[in-house]
Design a binder for this molecule. Structure first.
Ligand code: SAM
Length: 333
């Protein structure tokens, strides 16, 4: 997928430009010993007026530093501008333009957010069109298509499917394409996406829509009895689970699945510098993490290793982890 590589290159370049144009690179490269994270945080608070006391803004600086390291901007404990490739990215973004524009607007706003500005986008209603345009991007759509296919191939019986955090409805669209009979139950923690999701579907009335006042979001129990669903789909929402709730969320999905029921998750893992996968992709994942941090409730990508361990402890049997460790298929044992 050549245009995917062009998109990733353009995104990497966009983030690098921010780091240089915002003057962060200058602050870092002026230092002799920039090893210590706390020292860097203090420097940026003083030089840029960033408010880095809270977890999310602090985490953004850690992501930014990991990105610079991945780009070769850090060598032998020092940050250096030597050898940093700021070549413009060439080629057309084609269908990735919407995704690029979303991240670009987020990165544009990052300086203001780091200085204490309120989140740029939230899920309360005013930003539905923005989310709709972003979430319909070809990268996520491809993954949703593969997920739906794997569910239908992997489940002996697929009668009741839970779509958790249905958002603008793309997950449901893919499932309905595969089967006319499947009974989908859709739940989100607020009703903002209801109309946008319905409008996208061929059979909106075939879905059981759970009113948002029945579920308080991550950390509160799903309003379903034990063992009710043959499968659950959970895409692009894992990084919105606060760390303290993560075990509970997956235990609760486990609870509502029938024995051998399948769970499909789409989420990126936080890039592991040891794992030698595609560098361009790893950097793009860091850009994504940094950029979406300006959205309400974003917690960052979790490490795939930790997620794997957690799902195993809960009792899930991980059947496959594909698409650059983005698509998880796990069965209740
Ligand atoms: C990026 S959207 C993904 C939506 C959809 N699954 C998709 O792939 O298009 C994130 C979803 O997580 C939900 N969400 C965000 N914060 C949440 C929270 N604290 N509790 C429950 N759901 C939350 C949003 O309402 C939204 O549906």
């Amino acid at each position: 997928m050549e245009s995917l590589a062009i998109f990733h290159a353009a995104l990497n370049r966009r983030f690098l430009d921010f780091i240089f144009d915002e003057g962060i690179a200058g602050v870092l490269s002026g230092q002799h010993e920039c090893d210590e994270f706390e020292r860097i945080v203090e420097l940026l608070e003083n030089s840029h007026g960033y408010t880095l006391k809270d977890g999310n803004r602090r985490r953004m600086i850690a992501v930014l530093l990991d990105f610079l390291t991945e780009c070769g901007y850090r060598r032998q404990g020092r940050y250096t501008a030597d050898g940093v490739n700021r070549e413009p990215a060439h080629g057309s973004l084609d269908s990735f333009e919407g995704e690029y524009n979303f991240f670009s607007r987020c990165i544009d706003y990052a300086g203001e957010y780091l200085r204490g500005g309120k989140p740029l986008y939230d899920f309360n209603g005013g930003c539905v069109d923005t989310w709709d345009e972003f979430l319909g991007n070809p990268e996520f759509e491809y993954a949703r298509g593969v997920l739906a296919k794997k569910l239908y191939e992997g489940c002996r019986a697929l009668d009741r499917v839970l779509v958790l955090c249905y958002g603008p409805g793309y997950d449901i669209c893919h499932l309905q394409r595969y089967s006319e009979d499947v009974k989908i139950t859709a739940v989100d923690y607020n009703g903002a996406f209801y109309e946008a999701a319905r409008a996208k579907l061929l059979r909106p009335d075939a879905v059981q829509w759970i009113h948002s006042d029945k579920w308080g979001g991550f950390g509160s129990p799903l309003p379903f009895e034990d063992g009710y669903f043959d499968a659950a789909v959970f895409s692009c929402a894992d990084p919105y689970i606060a760390g303290g709730h993560k075990r509970f969320v997956y235990e609760d999905i486990y609870r509502v699945l029938t024995r051998h029921g399948l769970m499909g998750i789409i989420t990126r893992g936080y890039p592991d510098s040891q794992c030698g996968s595609d560098k361009l992709y790893q950097r793009a994942a860091l850009c994504h993490d940094f950029a979406e941090s300006v959205c309400e409730g974003w917690q960052g990508f979790y490490s795939a290793k930790q997620t794997r361990a957690l799902l195993g402890e809960i009792g899930f049997d991980i059947k496959s982890l594909t698409l650059n460790e983005c698509l998880w298929m796990a069965a209740k044992s």
